[in-house]
Design a binder for this molecule. Structure first.
Ligand code: ATP
Ligand code: MN
Length: 483
């Protein structure tokens, strides 16, 4: 028999093949023993549920049973039997156990008890072996799969945009430099600055902050495309919603105006939520209970009114609110926290940039629904957004989610060459370096739109995890790149 003729716990729980002889492999979560019998709860990551293995000390040697401690990896062959105990329909009566990998109980960091998320972040190499992180990463997988499913079904093409780029054209944030120069002793120009002409790419290069500009090039050839890749921002934001390395999904569509763009984004977000509700029931149930537990330790007025799954259903079933920035400013000006000076940044006039406290007020207190905010002042948005007729605003769109704040940022793009160039000049963006981007407007330009969804923020929303560091396997944040 090949080593890996095993059956996954998920399959057993689907089929309960009573009477069959099978082989299970997985890691011990707990073991309870008495003189007559040992019960081993085994988990192989295929599903959140542990499978009960019953070991009779007359069949399994004592020195083997001793090594079946929490964290050890086992290969167990036995018979599936209808379970006598409550809690499971079937169990495995072991005929033989092989210890594939021991885990010294004195040293294994994961004990069968509740560990704090902060502690688990310090042992990110092992935290996937916990119920919480197993659930999070199965949901994350399902959502990633759903992204491709959604766009493939709609005839969008997946474009791989470059990870190394030569410009921070978007001005989205600080970039990470990419260089092969000797940083202790770089070549210098006559003026004394670093001579990047001698660098690998013969110019300054950095890790991408967005695939949008390249996405636009593809959309103006293939009509409807999306990207789904890693994105890097060296912004020093130590928040629960920012990573230095995160994954972004960026659809970009020719022949879409701002309204088409918002329609697509809303439909897409609802599809992802429904996909998770349908395909991740056990994990979401677990995460919901975990949140309920967490809520018990909060003061009554800070507890959320809805359980995780009800919250997801609510968002999937109700229309998002669509308002303009100008309408939002009016609401915020009149709001209690603004009048009572409770906001840290008071909203006094049109033009103010919205802070997360304002976004959260709109979504969580005022509308109690996701909000699509459109038509921002051009001064607070990027150069490529389409200028509206009023001369003051651009066809931008941010989607705000409860508990998260901004989850999507997008816009209709400026397709008119003259307006795009004059905006770039106003902002001091070098049009000569961007010749390739401008060529799309020069040749066969057309209205087009797109948006970026921060994948981790979406996983946060669906799993209810409060900190973005807990929805990516190996988070990169200021000061953290250990694993
Ligand atoms: P924020 O204002 O929250 O920093 P942003 O305006 O910089 O976001 P965009 O440049 O519009 O964000 O990026 C598109 C999406 O990518 C955002 O809506 C968000 O979901 C996600 N995102 C942006 N920055 C980060 C980050 N540092 N970590 C994780 N996700 C991010
Ligand atoms: Mn940002």
């Amino acid at each position: 028999m090949a080593f890996n003729k095993r059956i996954k716990i998920k399959t057993i729980l689907d089929q309960h093949p009573i009477g069959s002889e099978i082989t299970l492999m997985g890691w011990v979560r707990t073991k309870r023993s008495n003189k007559n019998v040992s019960f081993i709860a085994l988990n192989d990551g295929s599903i959140i549920t542990n499978y009960q293995v019953v070991a009779d000390p007359n069949l399994i040697a004592e020195d083997i049973l001793k090594k079946c401690t929490t964290g050890a990896c086992l290969k167990i062959t036995g018979t599936v039997v209808e379970s006598q105990g409550a809690g499971q329909a079937s169990e495995l009566h072991a005929k033989s156990i092989e210890v594939l990998g021991e885990a010294d109980p004195e040293k294994y960091p994961l004990q069968p008890k509740k560990h704090s998320l902060e502690f688990l972040r310090e042992i990110a190499h092992l935290r996937m072996r916990t119920n919480t992180f197993g659930a999070v990463f199965r949901v994350r997988h399902a959502l990633a799969f759903a992204v491709h499913q959604y766009f493939n079904d709609k005839g969008f093409f997946y474009i791989h945009t470059p990870i190394i780029t030569a410009s921070d054209a978007e001005g989205a944030g600080e970039t990470f430099k990419v260089t092969t120069l000797d940083i202790a002793n770089p070549p210098r120009t006559e003026e004394g600055s670093v001579d990047f002409k001698q660098d690998f790419f013969e110019r300054e290069a950095n890790l991408t902050v967005s695939g949008q500009l390249e996405g636009e090039l593809a959309a103006l050839a293939l009509s409807e495309i999306y990207t789904f890749g890693p994105t890097f921002r060296a912004e020093n934001s130590n928040t629960t919603r920012h990573l230095a390395e995160f994954w972004m999904i960026e659809p970009e569509m020719a022949f879409y105006d701002a309204e088409d763009n918002a329609d697509l984004a809303e439909d897409f977000l609802k599809y992802l939520i429904n996909y998770a509700l349908k395909n991740c029931k056990e994990d979401l149930q677990f995460l919901e209970n975990r949140l309920l537990d967490e809520e018990k330790s909060k003061p009554a007025d800070q507890r959320s009114e809805m359980g995780l799954m009800d919250k997801l259903k609510f968002v999937a079933e109700n229309e998002f609110v669509r308002i303009t920035y100008t309408e939002a400013i009016e609401i915020l000006k009149r709001s209690k926290p603004n009048q009572k000076k409770k906001f840290q940044f008071l909203i006094e006039a049109w033009g103010a940039d919205l802070q997360s406290e304002h976004e959260r007020f709109l979504v969580e207190k005022h509308f109690k629904k996701p909000v699509i905010l459109t038509d921002y002042p051009k001064e607070i948005k990027s150069f490529y957004m389409r200028q509206n007729e009023d001369g003051k605003t651009v066809a931008a769109m941010d989607i705000l989610f409860p508990g998260i704040g901004e989850i999507v940022g997008g816009s209709q793009r400026e397709e008119r060459m003259d307006l795009l160039v004059s905006r770039m000049e106003e902002l001091g963006i070098p049009t000569d370096e961007m010749w390739w981007f401008l060529d799309t407007r020069r040749f066969g330009s057309t209205p087009h739109s797109g948006f970026g969804l921060g994948f981790e923020r979406m996983v946060q929303f669906v799993t209810g995890m409060g900190n973005i560091r807990d929805v990516i396997a190996f988070p990169r944040t200021p000061g953290n790149a250990e694993f």
